[in-house]
Design a protein around this ligand. Structure first.
Ligand code: NAP
Ligand code: G4F
Length: 324
């Protein structure tokens, strides 16, 4: 009998890649989704018949506990969250409810239903915020700079606390930014590749962005979900940083994306202070040495491949709308 995995956040970018990986590994995959009046299966349309869906919400303890009891998972991947950093300033309480307390609700369900279930928490490099060391690893002190970062830090520590209090196999993956053609269009990489494709196809003339100086350690989401799975296959639970070890500015991503279609970015990009943040994370770069040594994990996709793949996917998606 294959294992059963329960994924919260299965309709998101990471949920879609993780579901694909677990299906390839022979798992029964169950996805928790919240009720919506429209179809949110865009990212998992190609595997929707291979997944079982259950209806629940991070805000609702009883639905989560009932789901864990009914599904009987071997592994729970808690990917659901309010994940867009700017929205955490406009909706700070909701972000705390979803992204912080939601973790406790899922952990409570695991603890009370079956403490042998293995649990993965989607922690974030946003917790390093105003970085206290370069590069950042598992021992770097945290200094979050947004309500989202603060909420993720709560989720990180409650995961460790449940591991230590109840002897759960509960791990926190501290993942640096990871992107793909399935990334939400509000995040900067996808906003850029979508904008570049629109400009190239004559559907737009400018791209308005905020801080071009911010630096991120960008990897490919498909590589990062493999690390999540590996973290739950070890003899003992532990926390890991997952990153490429290289950092690029938003401006460098912009230039690479425009270069790919042979356009001059300076003719199209407009810096718009509306996209500045009340407090910025200036630079992130991770040291994934521990994951490399213990999990055998390495990123397989380069920055250049990531940018090209994303631009190409947006060009193909938008081509039917281009003027002939
Ligand atoms: P995403 O695309 O924004 O997906 C978020 C998922 O959470 C969606 O499936 C969403 O469902 C679900 N969700 C939100 N609120 C919910 C609620 N109240 N109840 C149930 N489900 C809810 O995020 P992602 O990029 O895949 O990231 C996955 C996780 O990793 C998140 O926790 C994120 O914070 C974390 N993370 C991401 C990165 C990154 O670079 N991508 C890095 C570090 C950590 P709907 O479809 O219904 O909205
Ligand atoms: O793409 P972003 O919105 O991602 P951010 O804030 O780094 O957060 C993402 O990565 C985290 C891991 O570190 C995750 F936990 C989180 O859930 C999310 O997936 O912004 C990246 C940078 C920022 O410094 C921002 O100020 O890009 C800068 N930026 C410049 N112009 C912009 C824009 N960001 C957005 N979203 N939109 C702009 O127009």
């Amino acid at each position: 009998m294959g294992k059963t995995a329960l994924i919260t956040g299965i309709t998101g970018q990471d949920g879609s890649y993780l579901a694909e990986l677990l299906l390839r590994e022979g798992y029964r995959v169950v996805g928790m989704t919240r009720r919506t009046s429209t179809d949110v299966h865009e990212r998992i349309g190609h595997i929707v018949d291979d997944i079982e869906f259950v209806s629940g919400d991070l805000l609702d303890q009883s639905s989560i506990t009932s789901i864990v009891a009914a599904v009987k998972p071997d592994e729970v991947y808690n990917l659901a969250a309010q994940s867009f950093v700017p929205a955490s300033w406009t909706q700070p309480v909701l972000t705390g409810e979803f992204t912080a307390l939601g973790v406790t609700r899922v952990l409570e369900a695991v603890r009370t239903v079956n403490p042998r279930i293995r649990f993965y928490q989607a922690s974030s490099s946003e917790m390093f915020g105003k970085v206290q060391a370069v590069p950042q690893n598992e021992d770097t002190p945290f200094y979050p700079r947004s309500p989202y970062g603060v909420a993720k830090l709560y989720g990180h520590w409650i995961t460790i606390n449940y591991r230590e209090s109840y002897d759960l196999y509960a791990v926190s993956g501290i993942l640096f930014n990871h992107e793909s053609s399935r990334r939400g269009k509000e995040f900067v990489t996808r906003k850029i590749t979508d904008g570049v494709a629109r400009i190239k196809l004559g559907l737009a003339s400018e791209l308005r962005l905020g801080n071009l100086e911010a630096r991120r350690d960008w990897g490919f989401a498909g590589d990062y979900v493999r690390a999540m799975w590996l973290m739950l296959q070890q003899n003992a639970p532990d926390d890991y940083v997952i990153a490429t070890g290289t950092t690029r500015s938003v401006g460098e991503f912009v230039r690479a994306a425009f270069d790919h279609v042979g356009l001059d970015w300076e003719k199209h990009v407009v810096v718009d202070p509306r996209f500045y943040r009340p407090a910025e994370v200036d630079v992130l770069v991770g040291d994934a040495g521990k994951a490399r040594a213990a999990l055998g994990w390495e990123p397989e996709t380069s920055f250049e491949q990531l940018v090209e793949t994303m631009v190409q996917a947006d060009l193909e998606r938008l081509r039917p709308f281009a003027a002939v």
